[in-house]
Design a protein around this ligand. Structure first.
Ligand SMILES: Nc1ncnc2c1ncn2[C@@H]1O[C@H](COP(=O)(O)OP(=O)(O)OP(=O)(O)O)[C@@H](O)[C@H]1O
Ligand SMILES: [Mg+2]
Length: 284
């Protein structure tokens, strides 16, 4: 089942001269894990904003084409042109790079409960969802803490909890680990993996580091100058290392070694490597 579809999507910011999204066409299936990579300025963040309806409702510009979000619970389809982001957030959630800019409340618990109160849910439902979301991200027992006192990784997991509590079926994450230390990064990436695997949440993840995406993504989209330049399963993209390098995508070291051996006709040498070394081949 398709949960997100972009058709001939084009966008230019009101104050921008250039076309930032150009003829973007894509479909995302329920439960899929989609990675997005691309050089700086290629339109990845703009695409995330367009998926969640922030573009064109809160950030304006010239918008052409459509983004359709399907709620798998009800089967209802929503065009982001007609449905405001507040109505979309129980279906598609957005996590941004800087956790501090997304935390506003005095306690961890309030941070997760607040958006639910705005939805007008009954108190027992709010309490159950807060408990579930905090447990899912590993912040149970930390309810009374002041969010700015948490580590960067914990803050980002709290942001994810507050988004999760809305019970979205799709999670869009725009470089959620860019500002985290290696421990925080690992924790957040593990959490994203688990949400996809165990909670069956559709994940759309923008990340500059390709190691994780080549291991975990079902499909990787490569953006360049507002267009989807390439897309494919990690193992398909590993065969196109040269083209990826040309647009400045840094590949996992193992994929680089593979591409180099292949170029020299030494692919057979790979058979001596353990399976884990060729992780993108074992991918989904
Ligand atoms: N609010 C805005 N108004 C005008 N132009 C903008 C605005 N936000 C982004 N842009 C421009 O749109 C283009 C795409 O930006 P976007 O942030 O989507 O790229 P990105 O791929 O996410 O880059 P990065 O890897 O640096 O995060 C850039 O040229 C950027 O300068
Ligand atoms: Mg960006």
């Amino acid at each position: 089942m398709k949960v997100l579809e972009a058709r001939d999507l084009n966008f230019r910011y009101s104050r921008g001269k250039k076309q930032v999204l150009r003829d973007v066409n894509l479909q995302i299936k329920r439960g899929e894990f989609v990675g997005i990579v691309g050089p700086s300025g290629s339109g990845k963040s703009t695409l995330c904003l367009a998926f969640t309806g922030i573009i064109p409702h809160l950030i304006h510009g010239e918008f052409k084409g459509s983004v359709i979000i399907r709620d798998p619970q009800t089967g209802a389809k929503h065009s982001t042109l007609e449905t405001p982001p507040s109505k979309l957030s129980p279906i598609i959630g957005l996590v941004l790079q800087n956790p501090e800019s997304q935390l506003f409340n005095m306690t961890v618990e309030e941070e997760v409960a607040f958006p639910l109160e705005n939805l007008g849910l009954p108190p027992e439902e709010i309490e159950a969802r807060v408990r579930w979301a905090l447990k899912t991200v590993g912040l149970d027992g930390r309810e009374e803490e002041f969010p700015p006192n948490l580590s960067g990784g914990e803050q980002q997991r709290l942001v994810i909890a507050s988004v999760l509590a809305m019970k979205p079926s799709i999670l869009v994450l725009d470089e959620p680990t860019a500002q985290l230390d290696p421990v925080g990064r690992k924790d957040v990436l593990n959490l994203i993996s688990e949400l996809n695997e165990k909670e069956k949440i559709t994940v759309i993840l923008v990340d500059h580091h390709t190691d994780f995406l080549f291991k975990r993504a079902d499909r990787i989209l490569v953006m360049n100058d507002g267009r989807i330049l390439m897309e494919g399963r990690p193992r398909e993209l590993a065969e196109r290392a040269e083209e990826l390098r040309e647009v400045g995508i840094k590949l996992p070291a193992a994929v680089e070694v593979y591409a180099e051996l292949k170029k020299r006709g030494l692919e057979k040498a790979l058979s001596i490597l353990p399976r884990e070394a060729l992780f993108w081949r074992a991918g989904r």
